[in-house]
Design a protein around this ligand. Sequence first.
Ligand SMILES: Nc1ncnc2c1ncn2[C@@H]1O[C@H](COP(=O)(O)OP(=O)(O)OP(=O)(O)O)[C@@H](O)[C@H]1O
Ligand SMILES: [Mg+2]
Length: 363
Amino acid sequence: MSFFSDLFAKKEKSVLGVDIGSSSLKVVQLRKERGQAILETYGELALGPYGGSEVGQATNLSAEQITETLKDLLREAKVTTTSCGVSIPFARSLLTLVKLPYRKDPQEQKTVIELEARKYIPVPVNEVQLDWFIVPQAEPAQFADAESAAPTRETVEVLLVAVHNDELALLQSVAAGAGLAASFYEIEIFSTIRAVVEDPVKPVMVIDVGAASTKTYVVEHGVVAISHAISVGSQDITRAISVSGNVSIPQAEALKKKEGLGTDGALGSPELVFSRIFSEVRRVLMQYETGHKKSVSSIIFTGGGGVTKELGAYAKKTFSIDVRVADPFKKTEAPAFMRPVLEEIGPEFAVAVGLALRKLEEV
Ligand SMILES: Nc1ncnc2c1ncn2[C@@H]1O[C@H](COP(=O)(O)OP(=O)(O)OP(=O)(O)O)[C@@H](O)[C@H]1O
Ligand SMILES: [Mg+2]
């Protein structure tokens, strides 16, 4: 399965977002015009068939196989640019929120953070790329006071982000092998946030239901306050349907897409798998809410599994908060007739859209 779209084919100032997911590759090409992000083309190619498994199932392909698939995708989607940003799988990265000593001087603060970070990263620091963000401490309304409050401040909350050099090397070889010039590699959840979370907002929980895993995190003031990867994804629903219904994987995949959690849960298995996912989501939600003494205002579903039929209703019943499905293409300009399609496929492309939006800022 693959689908492609070639909307407008102009060359100048075009950028590309490349999402290397566990089950498929996705690309989104945007161009900036009068401050708008114009959608030029997008495409997706399932990795399964390239690695001896089925569409919708996660794969573990070599860099060479991913490169070949990406080349096919770039050609079939008629991508006309090589300037891109590439996603880093959340499962291959480490995010930790730590409290460190506060320093007023930014340069000193940087030194403190980079020294202290060593204690929290479970591998030698020279084996990883390290990044960090300072978490805004007060509510926006209190920021006016920040200057006077600063001297009494003793700690600062820092989100440490580490990615193993091997993972980056793999991604770099894929990008170079496919003839692309990647100017950054970004952990997928940051790309998704850019594409689907409106800012400024109350705390929002994002749930990215991928093929191999479900990524869940709470975003507050544009910063990730808590994050967790659940090693259950939409591929497990297909497998469960296949076993319980005694049908092949492709048949189960089709059933999953057709019914989802609908028709009074006739399939049974999707609900079982989602209840496992949701019990972990609930744990993350409670940990956030007790730790930060704030409630999450809404849940945003994204990823291919995020469009599962009746998932929204099921989640609303489980969590009793506002639930919606991500619409990342809303941040792009596209012909009106494309809208219904873009809304439907959007969640799967959230990471690629977010990457392309960041890349556009460079133009
Ligand atoms: N309409 C649908 N209903 C239910 N599931 C769907 C639907 N469309 C796609 N999926 C499932 O979503 C999964 C793919 O989602 P996505 O493309 O977000 O995953 P990925 O990015 O490759 O994986 P990961 O994020 O785990 O690395 C597949 O398992 C697919 O079967
Ligand atoms: Mg994904």
